[in-house]
Design a protein around this ligand. Structure first.
Ligand SMILES: C[S@@+](CC[C@H](N)C(=O)[O-])C[C@H]1O[C@@H](n2cnc3c(N)ncnc32)[C@H](O)[C@@H]1O
Length: 285
């Protein structure tokens, strides 16, 4: 009885202190490095901070803060944890099937097509859409802007190299996404990695862009921002959705991830939903 009565308040205090530590380290990262994670989904950030503290061999988030602020290499490791880079080629293949059927015919009427892969991670999404555009005979007039907050993943994307063991899944995704060629035509296999056809990157531009703090930098016919908003708190999702809306040309198409939405009803009214399941929206006003 006694121990329960004393441990419950102690636990509540520990939780409060940890919440304060999370606030402070995020504020420190923002002020020290200009990276703003303050409005990311809280619980996920907390878990990642604790995991990094453990990885660094320090006992608390405050101790991690001390290290992060004094050591940019520790910040780079934390950035890798916070930015969650998991991705794959033709992720959620049905999305690409719908894209081929409902979006490509519209794009075919344009003389020049600008596509933004926002939060592109290691580039699989950009290569997937490049393949779709090439198979539609539109790649020559397409430019793909692939951006991310994390410079290391962009470096990886620029190389166009992926591990060979992923190719089985990627081939299955490609076929399920409506691909009609042999997927191996698109890459050259080495012993551990494959290198994607470098001509697929001819019309790609890779650049750092932070969806939280940077502005719109062009007007796009398509924006893919998939599996990025889920890591943001609702208010930040709303802000980023506004940035995406402002970056779309009229009748431009926005593609979100399976578990993502437009959030505010004010924004939803400005789009037509292209498919009930796939999160593809066409800007109408
Ligand atoms: C889970 S991956 C999604 C990759 C790809 N879009 C997909 O659906 O497979 C999320 C990516 O968003 C990036 N990201 C997170 N916060 C960001 C921000 N504020 N600005 C730009 N990119 C961000 C991460 O670095 C990561 O590469």
């Amino acid at each position: 009885m006694t121990s329960m009565a004393t441990t419950a308040p102690a636990r509540a205090v520990a939780v409060e202190v940890e919440a304060l530590e999370v606030d402070l380290v995020l504020e420190g990262i923002y002020r020290g490095y200009g990276l703003d994670f303050r409005n990311y989904a809280r619980e996920s950030v907390r878990r990642r901070l604790l995991r990094r503290a453990q990885g660094e061999g320090v006992a608390s988030i405050s101790a991690l803060q001390e290290r992060v602020l004094h050591d940019p290499r520790c910040m780079a490791r934390l950035l890798a944890d916070l930015s969650v880079n998991v991705t794959s080629m033709f992720r959620d293949p049905a999305f690409y099937q719908t894209f081929r059927a409902r979006v490509v015919p519209q794009l075919a009427t344009y003389p020049f097509i600008r596509i933004w892969s926002a939060g592109c991670s290691t580039g699989e999404e950009a290569y997937s859409i490049a393949i779709v555009m090439r198979e539609a005979g539109l790649y020559e007039r397409t430019r793909i802007y692939a951006t991310d907050i994390n410079g290391d993943v962009l470096e990886h994307a620029r190389r166009g190299e992926f591990t060979i063991e992923k190719m089985k899944d990627y081939t299955a995704n490609y076929i399920a996404a409506g691909g009609s060629r042999s997927f191996s035509e698109y890459y050259t296999a080495g012993s551990d990695t494959v290198r994607f056809d470098p001509t697929l990157a001819d019309n790609m531009v890779f650049a750092r862009h932070n969806l939280v703090s940077d502005r719109s930098f062009n007007e796009f016919n398509v924006i893919l921002c998939r599996n990025v908003l889920i890591y943001f708190a609702p208010s930040l999702q709303d802000e980023v959705n506004r940035l995406l809306y402002e970056s779309l040309a009229i009748f431009g198409v926005l593609g979100l991830g399976r578990r993502e939405s437009l959030k505010s009803p004010g924004l939803e009214r400005r789009y037509e939903r292209l498919d009930p399941v796939e999160r593809l929206f066409r800007r109408t006003t």
